[in-house]
Design a protein around this ligand. Structure first.
Ligand SMILES: [Zn+2]
Length: 491
C-alpha cells in the first residue's frame, strides 16, 4: 500500500482513478485521513485509530444493524476477550483455519501462563462453552445472542477498515432445536445484512453460498453478501454460517427434546465488521472526497452562512441559520452550521471532503428574495428554495440522494457483471476490466483452484439455481455443470 505524501495529506486529494490499483489505493487512504475518519498507529503495524468522525459514522451503522437484530429476536451480551488455547483446539477445522492469524497472550502478571490465551479471533468456542451450561431443555431454545466487540487477527499490512489487525464487529451466535431452524436463521441474517447494506449504505450486494474452499473454518455452509467495488474487485461484506452440529459436538451442547431424548443443538454464527464502512467509502466517493449516504451520515446537512459587512444582513443570516437548524433538528435531521471564520469556499471544500450529503448556503443576496441555496454532494446540483419551504425540500433531497447513490452503484455493478462463454474470454475479462463473471462451474475444487492461480479470481458466491437455468459446461474443464457461480478478484 502506498503511503500518502505530506502534500496529499495537506492539500488536494489525488483523483479517484479506479483503473490503476495503486492510484485508487492512494485516493482511498488519503480520503480517509483527510476527512478524519481514521489514522494509522505506526507503533503497532496493522492497527488504526477510528477518529470521532469515523466513529460517529460507525455508531449510526451499528444502531441501524442492532435494531434489525433486536427486531429478529436477538439479545446482546458480552463475552471475554481471552480464548484458552484448549477451547480453540476442540473443533479441529476451526483451530486449523485460524491458527496463522491468532495473537497469543503467553505472559501476564509477571509470570508465564500455564495455558496460552488467544485474543479472540472469533468467539464460537466461548459461546459453545456457555451454551452447554445454559441450554438444558427444548424450552431454552432457540438461544439468539449477539455481541458487539473487537477482534484480533494478525495482519502484516494495514488497509484502513478493509484489513487491520484489530477491528470492530458484531458476531451473532445462535443455537436451535432443529437443523431446519438453524438453516432458516442463517439465511434470515444474510437477508438482514443485505437489507442493511442496500437500504442504509446504498451498497447493492449479491448474496449466496460460498464454495467449500471459501467456507468458514468449522462451518457446514457459509453464505456471504458481496459488493462490487469501483476497481472491479469484490468486497465480502458480511457472512452467515450454518455450523451444523460441529460446535455442539465439540462443546457437548445437548438438550432434552420434547420426545424425552437428549439431542445435540444446531448452531449458527454471523458477522459484519467495520470493513463494510471502507467498502461504502470506496464505492460512493469521488475526486473531491467522501460521499456519505444520508441515512448514516453523522452530519446530513451543513449550513454555511455567507459573510457580509452589513450588520442588519448579518443578523438576518444568522437568524435564518439558527432557525433552520432548530427546525431540522426537530424533524430528526442531523444538521449543523459551520460558523468558523474560514472563507465560504474553504468550508465548501472541507464539507465536500467529509461527504456531507447536503449543503445549505445562507447568504444576504438570496435572503433579499427570502431564499437559500441547496447543493447536493452526490451530483453537485444546486437549487434555490424559499426559507419557508427549505426544511421540507431538504428532507426530500436527502431521500433522493440516498436513492440515487444506490441506483448509481447498482448500475455500475450491472454494467460490470459479465457472462463468459469460454475460459479464454474469462481470462480476457479478468485481466482487463475485472468485475463479476457469471459462469457454470462443475463443483470441482481443482477447477476452482486452477482458476484462482491463473486469474486471481475466486468464487465469491454460488448462484441460486433458477428456473431458466439449463445444464451447462464448466468454464474450466467443460465437464457438465448444473450450477453457476459468480467469480471475481477480491479484497
Ligand atoms: Zn470444472
Amino acid at each position: 500500500m502506498a503511503t500518502p505524501t505530506q502534500l496529499e495529506l495537506s492539500g488536494q486529494l489525488p483523483a479517484k482513478d479506479t483503473s490503476d490499483g495503486e492510484a485508487f489505493n492512494r485516493w482511498y487512504i488519503t480520503a480517509i485521513r483527510r476527512s478524519e475518519l481514521a489514522d494509522y498507529f505506526e507503533a503497532v503495524g496493522g492497527t488504526m485509530v477510528i477518529r470521532p468522525y469515523g466513529f460517529s459514522l460507525w455508531e449510526l451503522m451499528q444502531s441501524a444493524l442492532d435494531s434489525r437484530f433486536k427486531a429478529t429476536g436477538h439479545k446482546n451480551a458480552y463475552f471475554p476477550l481471552f480464548v484458552p488455547e484448549s477451547f480453540l483446539k476442540r473443533e479441529a477445522k476451526h483451530v486449523e483455519g485460524f491458527a496463522p492469524e491468532v495473537a497469543w497472550v503467553t505472559h501476564a502478571g509477571g509470570a508465564e501462563l500455564e495455558e496460552r490465551l488467544a485474543l479472540r479471533p472469533t468467539s464460537e468456542t466461548l459461546f459453545g462453552h456457555f451454551y452447554s451450561k445454559w441450554i438444558q431443555s427444548w424450552r431454552d431454545l432457540p438461544m439468539l445472542l449477539n455481541q458487539w466487540c473487537n477482534i484480533v487477527r494478525w495482519e502484516k499490512r494495514t488497509v484502513f477498515f478493509l484489513r487491520t489487525t484489530e477491528f470492530l464487529w458484531q458476531e451473532g451466535h445462535t443455537a436451535h432445536r432443529t437443523s431446519e431452524e438453524a438453516h432458516e436463521e442463517t439465511l434470515r441474517m444474510l437477508d438482514v445484512y443485505a437489507d442493511f447494506a442496500e437500504n442504509e449504505l446504498a451498497l447493492p450486494v449479491v448474496r449466496g453460498e460460498k464454495s467449500a474452499a471459501e467456507r468458514f473454518a468449522g462451518a457446514d455452509s457459509t453464505y456471504s453478501i458481496e459488493a462490487l467495488m469501483p476497481d472491479g474487485k469484490a468486497l465480502q461484506s458480511g457472512t452467515s454460517h450454518f455450523l451444523g452440529q460441529n460446535f455442539a459436538r465439540a462443546f457437548d451442547i445437548d438438550f432434552l427434546d420434547t420426545d424425552g431424548e437428549r439431542k445435540l443443538v444446531w448452531t449458527t454464527s454471523w458477522g459484519m465488521s467495520t470493513r463494510i464502512l471502507g467498502g461504502m467509502v470506496m464505492m460512493h466517493g469521488d475526486d473531491a472526497g467522501l460521499i456519505l449516504p444520508p441515512r448514516v451520515a453523522p452530519t446530513q446537512v451543513i449550513l454555511v452562512p455567507i459573510p457580509t459587512r452589513d450588520e442588519t444582513e448579518e443578523a438576518r443570516v444568522s437568524g435564518v441559520v439558527s432557525g433552520l437548524i432548530k427546525q431540522l433538528t426537530t424533524k430528526g435531521i442531523r444538521a449543523e452550521a459551520d460558523t468558523s471564520d474560514k472563507r465560504p469556499g474553504w468550508k465548501f471544500n472541507e464539507w465536500e471532503l467529509k461527504g456531507v450529503p447536503l449543503r445549505v448556503e445562507v447568504g444576504p443576496r438570496d435572503l433579499q428574495t427570502d431564499q437559500v441555496t441547496l447543493v447536493r454532494r452526490d451530483n453537485r446540483a444546486k437549487e434555490k428554495v424559499s426559507v419557508e419551504g427549505a426544511v421540507e425540500r431538504i428532507g426530500d433531497l436527502l431521500a433522493e440522494v440516498q436513492a440515487s447513490l444506490f441506483l448509481r452503484a447498482r448500475e455500475f455493478r450491472e454494467a460490470n457483471t459479465h457472462d463468459a462463454d469460454s475460459y479464454a474470454q474469462f481470462k480476457e475479462i479478468m485481466s482487463t476490466q475485472r468485475g463479476f463473471i457469471r459462469v457454470y462451474w462443475c463443483g470441482s475444487a481443482d477447477c476452482e483452484q486452477r482458476i484462482k492461480e491463473e486469474t486471481r479470481a475466486t468464487i465469491r458466491v454460488m448462484l441460486e439455481e433458477s428456473a431458466d437455468d439449463r445444464p451447462g459446461q464448466c468454464i474450466y474443464d467443460g465437464r457438465p455443470a448444473h450450477r453457476r457461480a459468480l467469480f471475481a478478484q477480491s479484497y
